[in-house]
Design a protein around this ligand. Structure first.
Ligand code: PLP
Length: 410
């Protein structure tokens, strides 16, 4: 089989273009004409594979979905309007009132807010544990657990759990493991090989390549027996392995309407082609910056699983084969020093997002976690002394100059 980079570029369009175009055109249309009413009837009933309406399926979006499915080795994929839409659609397909989800406080803030705030009034209970403690996870799972949810590398804490061991446990207990692989991407980490059943991606990040558009993807790895899911068992009797994707498409995605636009799918497909190239540069830059920051006097601590000093280094080395992604965090003396450093930078941009081509810096406690009170932030391990750096693909020397200049002002 060809390598990742070759497959990302050379995959033939999902359906051959009538003109033989090497790229799938942007089918910027809302609906699709059918020759007769019988054809429309069969398509709506899901008995004839054809497009009818772009909120449900669209050829450009389908091509993007199939590219990611193939690169990840999954069974089926579905693209959404954002990473958050990918997470919410997935959880709505798996959960019901009175069910619980087992996760950790250290995940992306909006995801935690989705579970604890948005979905709580609909009857979802969120059980937060430490993902490093297998016993805690085991105790939290019961007959009402709809999923265990974690991130391959958590944002912004950069924690790495032993996904293989967790997966063995969840499979023993008949619970699907949902893994948000946004920070690592299918290039740096194959979630299926590691044992995750469903992979989530915010394609806004590395895949879009350059922060062009917002998007998300759900990949069913085809590894879970849906007969074991109380909610999907009935579906599994008729759809077998395809039960989750069938329920997701027909019962959630179509009705919620958070679909990816064809134009966004086109841009994300372009980004996907250069994903490995950009990530190689990003990872190399990040490792060098982490090494540099670790030796700076004003810096209290640097957190990056690529550093031998990281408590997650050993496990990350095993899972990620020597490339540790493009996000690191570091601590200064206090929030004022964080703001002073941010404000002194000239090249690095003060902006939220990760894995953009440009290097971005953010003070998480005062921005993406601003809605949380001090006690909640402490429980989430969020320090006001912490800065997050998402490293881009610029020349390392220019990033170093900018950081050195900024650190001198402290
Ligand atoms: N998951 C992770 C790990 C993220 O970092 C983000 C956004 O930063 C999301 C999900 C949400 O993605 P989006 O902004 O595309 O909705």
């Amino acid at each position: 089989m060809y390598g990742f980079a070759t497959r990302a570029i050379h995959r033939r369009p999902f359906k051959k273009d009538v003109h033989g175009a090497l790229r799938v055109p942007v089918y910027d249309c809302s609906s699709f004409e059918h020759d007769d009413s019988r054809s429309l009837q069969l398509s709506f009933a899901g008995k004839k594979p054809a497009h009818v309406y772009s909120r449900i399926t669209n050829p450009t979006v389908e091509d993007f979905e199939q590219r990611l499915r193939e690169l990840s080795g999954g069974l089926a994929a579905l693209a959404t309007s954002s990473g958050m839409a990918a997470i919410s659609n997935t959880i709505m397909a798996l959960a019901g009132s009175g069910t619980n989800i087992v996760t950790t406080k250290k995940i992306f803030g909006n995801t935690l807010a989705l579970f604890e705030k948005t979905l709580q009034p609909w009857g979802l209970v969120t059980r937060c544990v430490s993902m490093s403690e297998l016993d805690e996870i085991e105790r939290a799972i019961d007959a009402k657990t709809c999923a265990v949810f974690l991130e391959s590398m958590t944002n912004p804490h950069l924690e790495v759990a032993d996904i293989g061991r967790i997966s063995r446990l969840t499979h023993e207990r008949g619970v699907p493991l949902v893994l948000d692989n946004t920070v690592m991407t299918p290039y740096l980490f194959n979630s299926k090989e590691a044992g995750a059943d469903i992979e989530i991606l915010s394609s806004t990040k590395s895949i879009s390549g350059g922060g062009t558009v917002v998007g998300g993807v759900i990949i069913d790895n085809g590894t879970f027996d849906w007969l074991r899911s109380p909610k999907l068992a009935v579906k599994a009797e008729s759809f077998g392995k395809m039960a989750f994707i069938a329920a997701l498409r027909a019962d959630v995605y179509r009705n919620i309407g958070a679909c990816m636009s064809p134009h966004n799918a086109y841009l994300q497909t372009l980004g996907l082609e250069t994903l490995s190239l950009r990530l190689d540069k990003t990872c190399a830059n990040t490792q060098k910056i982490a090494d540099f920051l670790e030796n700076q006097p004003h810096i209290a601590a640097v957190h990056y699983p690529g550093l031998v000093s990281s408590p997650y280094h050993e496990i990350a080395a095993r899972l990620f084969h020597g490339k540790y992604g493009g996000v690191l965090t570091f601590d200064l003396a206090d929030q004022d020093s964080c703001f002073a450093l941010m404000d002194s930078l000239q090249l690095i941009k003060r902006a939220t997002n990760i894995n953009d081509n440009k290097t971005l810096i953010l003070h998480p406690a005062s921005t993406i976690f601003v809605e949380y009170g001090e006690a909640e932030k402490t429980a989430m391990g969020l320090r006001s002394t912490m800065l997050r750096l998402s490293v881009g693909i610029e020349d390392y020397e220019d990033l170093l100059d900018d950081l050195q200049r900024g650190l001198k002002t402290l």
